[in-house]
Design a protein around this ligand. Sequence first.
Ligand code: 4AZ
Length: 255
Amino acid sequence: MIIPFMNIIIQRIVGGFTSKNNYPFMATLWMLEGNALHYKCGGSFIGKNIILSAAHCVYKRDIRRMVIRMGSNHIHKQKHNYRVKKVIVHNGFNPSNLQNDIALLFLDKSPSYDNYKPLQIPCDHMITEINKYGNTLKVLGFGIDKPNATKKHLDELREINVKIIPKEQTAYNHNIVTNNMICANNIINGVVCDACTGDSGGPAIIFIKNKWIIVGIVSWGSSCAKKNLPGVYTKVSSYHKWIRKVCNFPSCSNE
Ligand code: 4AZ
């Protein structure tokens, strides 16, 4: 979500490249409006029949109109469609400042593990390592990459690498970025890489010990690709116990 202050909204993502790799946990959230499906947000398959996304993507929306799609880096070739039978929005979610911007969507059936590999939720022992300043996260999304008001998404999945930075290095009021949020961007040859409209709900991930782990959920920013106003992500490790409890996933103790 764009929180417009200080800047005019320019809808521009940036940097990044079209994904050639396979990210078999990447999901998209659509809303049925009349007979048409409209793209809304990204999401991540985390196991069983469960998709992790941003609360602001689903808050106060009719779950009967939600459709989750998976199965291709091309948005129109995603072959598996799911309906949503339950949504759990974090009860601390605040739509005005996007605190606790996290939600779980329960699908009508479980995506087959032959086709889809769940993204791993962090465990306690990983927290320091994955959230370190300077870490590079990969952000995946169908969000737009150039100013074009008529488009809501791109057709091909794109990925960008961003670095975690302390909020003190940003121009945000430090009170609005909580300890449960992560700021991240990247400047390559003067071009700022950042998430933007349409990327919300999607994952920011890190590859450790042969596994992709979810570190952040695309949440908000003041416009996009502004040097001192990085993308802000929900810090998933702050919610790992909540996720395990709501999903009835086993605890991490045996890892
Ligand atoms: C959005 O509206 C959005 N630059 C996502 C990320 C950012 C801004 C807006 C961060 O989905």
